[in-house]
Unconditional design. Sequence first.
Length: 196
Amino acid sequence: MKTTRTYSMGTRAGAAAATRERIAREAMALFLEHPYEDVTLAAIARAAGVSHQTVLNHYESKDGVVLAVAELLAGETQSARYDAEPGDVGGAVRALVGDYERIGDANFRWAASERLDVLSELLDEARKGHQDWLVAMFGARLPATPSARRRAVHALHAATDVYSWKLLRRDLGLSRSETEKTMADLVVGILEGTPR
Protein backbone atom coordinates (compact mmCIF):
# COMPACT_ATOMS: atom_id res chain seq x y z
CA MET A 1 0.00 0.00 0.00
CA LYS A 2 1.35 3.34 -1.02
CA THR A 3 1.14 6.13 1.53
CA THR A 4 1.04 9.74 0.52
CA ARG A 5 2.57 12.57 2.38
CA THR A 6 0.51 15.68 2.81
CA TYR A 7 2.02 19.06 3.31
CA SER A 8 0.41 22.05 4.77
CA MET A 9 1.32 25.19 2.86
CA GLY A 10 1.02 27.12 6.11
CA THR A 11 3.50 24.80 7.81
CA ARG A 12 5.98 25.08 4.95
CA ALA A 13 5.64 28.85 4.82
CA GLY A 14 6.09 29.04 8.58
CA ALA A 15 9.21 26.90 8.44
CA ALA A 16 10.63 29.00 5.61
CA ALA A 17 9.92 32.21 7.55
CA ALA A 18 11.57 30.74 10.66
CA THR A 19 14.65 29.78 8.64
CA ARG A 20 14.81 33.22 7.06
CA GLU A 21 14.55 34.86 10.50
CA ARG A 22 17.23 32.56 11.96
CA ILE A 23 19.61 33.39 9.10
CA ALA A 24 19.07 37.13 9.57
CA ARG A 25 19.52 36.95 13.36
CA GLU A 26 22.70 34.88 13.12
CA ALA A 27 24.03 37.22 10.45
CA MET A 28 23.23 40.18 12.70
CA ALA A 29 25.28 38.63 15.51
CA LEU A 30 28.20 38.14 13.13
CA PHE A 31 28.00 41.65 11.70
CA LEU A 32 27.85 43.16 15.20
CA GLU A 33 31.12 41.40 16.03
CA HIS A 34 33.09 41.48 12.78
CA PRO A 35 33.83 43.84 9.88
CA TYR A 36 31.59 43.53 6.84
CA GLU A 37 34.36 42.08 4.70
CA ASP A 38 35.11 39.32 7.24
CA VAL A 39 31.55 37.99 7.35
CA THR A 40 31.02 35.45 4.59
CA LEU A 41 27.88 33.71 3.39
CA ALA A 42 29.50 30.43 4.46
CA ALA A 43 29.98 31.77 8.01
CA ILE A 44 26.38 32.96 8.10
CA ALA A 45 25.17 29.55 6.89
CA ARG A 46 27.27 27.78 9.53
CA ALA A 47 25.99 30.02 12.31
CA ALA A 48 22.37 29.53 11.20
CA GLY A 49 22.78 25.77 10.77
CA VAL A 50 21.82 25.81 7.10
CA SER A 51 23.61 25.36 3.81
CA HIS A 52 25.24 28.13 1.82
CA GLN A 53 22.61 27.52 -0.87
CA THR A 54 19.79 28.00 1.66
CA VAL A 55 21.15 31.44 2.50
CA LEU A 56 21.24 32.26 -1.21
CA ASN A 57 17.73 30.91 -1.71
CA HIS A 58 16.41 33.26 0.96
CA TYR A 59 18.51 36.37 0.34
CA GLU A 60 20.17 35.98 -3.09
CA SER A 61 23.46 37.61 -1.99
CA LYS A 62 25.43 38.99 0.92
CA ASP A 63 23.90 42.39 0.19
CA GLY A 64 20.45 40.85 0.60
CA VAL A 65 21.45 39.50 4.00
CA VAL A 66 22.86 42.89 4.98
CA LEU A 67 19.57 44.61 4.12
CA ALA A 68 17.66 42.09 6.24
CA VAL A 69 20.05 42.66 9.16
CA ALA A 70 19.69 46.43 8.82
CA GLU A 71 15.90 46.09 8.94
CA LEU A 72 16.11 43.96 12.08
CA LEU A 73 18.42 46.46 13.75
CA ALA A 74 16.24 49.40 12.76
CA GLY A 75 13.15 47.74 14.22
CA GLU A 76 14.88 46.89 17.49
CA THR A 77 16.45 50.31 17.78
CA GLN A 78 13.20 52.19 17.20
CA SER A 79 11.20 50.16 19.70
CA ALA A 80 13.81 50.58 22.47
CA ARG A 81 14.18 54.32 21.92
CA TYR A 82 10.47 54.99 21.99
CA ASP A 83 10.25 53.44 25.45
CA ALA A 84 11.58 56.75 26.80
CA GLU A 85 9.02 59.33 27.90
CA PRO A 86 8.82 62.39 25.64
CA GLY A 87 10.58 65.29 27.34
CA ASP A 88 12.67 63.06 29.65
CA VAL A 89 16.20 63.98 28.60
CA GLY A 90 17.88 61.48 30.91
CA GLY A 91 15.62 58.60 29.85
CA ALA A 92 15.97 59.42 26.17
CA VAL A 93 19.77 59.61 26.36
CA ARG A 94 19.93 56.36 28.39
CA ALA A 95 17.86 54.57 25.74
CA LEU A 96 20.00 56.00 22.97
CA VAL A 97 23.31 55.15 24.63
CA GLY A 98 21.95 51.65 25.32
CA ASP A 99 21.51 51.23 21.55
CA TYR A 100 24.95 52.61 20.86
CA GLU A 101 26.56 50.32 23.42
CA ARG A 102 25.09 47.39 21.50
CA ILE A 103 25.48 48.49 17.88
CA GLY A 104 27.63 51.62 17.82
CA ASP A 105 30.91 49.90 17.00
CA ALA A 106 29.24 47.97 14.17
CA ASN A 107 27.88 51.27 12.80
CA PHE A 108 31.44 52.48 12.34
CA ARG A 109 32.66 49.27 10.79
CA TRP A 110 29.75 49.35 8.33
CA ALA A 111 30.23 53.03 7.51
CA ALA A 112 33.94 52.42 6.90
CA SER A 113 33.21 49.48 4.62
CA GLU A 114 33.97 49.70 0.95
CA ARG A 115 30.40 48.46 0.40
CA LEU A 116 28.85 51.70 1.64
CA ASP A 117 26.79 51.91 -1.56
CA VAL A 118 24.63 49.05 -0.28
CA LEU A 119 24.05 50.83 3.00
CA SER A 120 23.86 54.48 1.93
CA GLU A 121 20.07 54.52 1.56
CA LEU A 122 19.66 52.72 4.88
CA LEU A 123 22.01 55.17 6.59
CA ASP A 124 19.98 58.07 5.17
CA GLU A 125 16.79 56.46 6.52
CA ALA A 126 18.47 55.96 9.91
CA ARG A 127 19.46 59.64 10.06
CA LYS A 128 15.91 60.67 9.21
CA GLY A 129 14.57 58.25 11.82
CA HIS A 130 16.92 59.69 14.42
CA GLN A 131 15.69 63.21 13.70
CA ASP A 132 12.07 62.05 13.85
CA TRP A 133 12.82 60.47 17.23
CA LEU A 134 14.38 63.72 18.48
CA VAL A 135 11.24 65.62 17.48
CA ALA A 136 9.06 62.99 19.18
CA MET A 137 11.14 63.24 22.36
CA PHE A 138 11.70 66.99 22.52
CA GLY A 139 9.19 68.56 20.11
CA ALA A 140 7.35 70.46 22.84
CA ARG A 141 10.57 72.29 23.70
CA LEU A 142 11.62 73.11 20.14
CA PRO A 143 11.15 76.50 18.47
CA ALA A 144 8.00 77.07 16.45
CA THR A 145 9.58 78.78 13.45
CA PRO A 146 10.68 76.24 10.83
CA SER A 147 14.25 77.51 10.38
CA ALA A 148 14.94 77.74 14.13
CA ARG A 149 13.32 74.34 14.68
CA ARG A 150 15.46 72.80 11.94
CA ARG A 151 18.65 74.28 13.45
CA ALA A 152 17.70 72.98 16.90
CA VAL A 153 17.00 69.49 15.56
CA HIS A 154 20.34 69.51 13.73
CA ALA A 155 22.13 70.58 16.93
CA LEU A 156 20.34 67.82 18.89
CA HIS A 157 21.28 65.35 16.20
CA ALA A 158 24.95 66.30 16.49
CA ALA A 159 24.81 66.04 20.29
CA THR A 160 23.19 62.61 20.23
CA ASP A 161 24.63 61.01 17.12
CA VAL A 162 26.54 57.74 17.22
CA TYR A 163 29.66 59.71 16.24
CA SER A 164 29.34 61.75 19.44
CA TRP A 165 28.96 58.51 21.41
CA LYS A 166 32.09 57.12 19.74
CA LEU A 167 34.06 60.28 20.52
CA LEU A 168 33.06 60.16 24.19
CA ARG A 169 33.18 56.39 24.78
CA ARG A 170 35.88 55.11 22.49
CA ASP A 171 38.14 58.06 21.69
CA LEU A 172 38.05 59.89 25.04
CA GLY A 173 37.49 56.76 27.15
CA LEU A 174 34.55 58.05 29.20
CA SER A 175 32.44 55.55 31.13
CA ARG A 176 28.89 54.88 30.00
CA SER A 177 27.46 57.02 32.80
CA GLU A 178 29.87 59.89 32.02
CA THR A 179 28.90 59.62 28.36
CA GLU A 180 25.19 59.72 29.21
CA LYS A 181 25.70 62.76 31.47
CA THR A 182 27.72 64.62 28.84
CA MET A 183 25.18 63.92 26.10
CA ALA A 184 22.29 64.88 28.39
CA ASP A 185 24.08 68.14 29.29
CA LEU A 186 24.47 68.90 25.58
CA VAL A 187 20.78 68.21 24.93
CA VAL A 188 19.68 70.38 27.86
CA GLY A 189 22.01 73.17 26.72
CA ILE A 190 20.51 73.07 23.23
CA LEU A 191 16.92 72.96 24.49
CA GLU A 192 17.43 75.77 27.02
CA GLY A 193 19.52 77.89 24.66
CA THR A 194 17.12 77.74 21.76
CA PRO A 195 14.64 80.61 21.59
CA ARG A 196 11.07 79.51 21.08
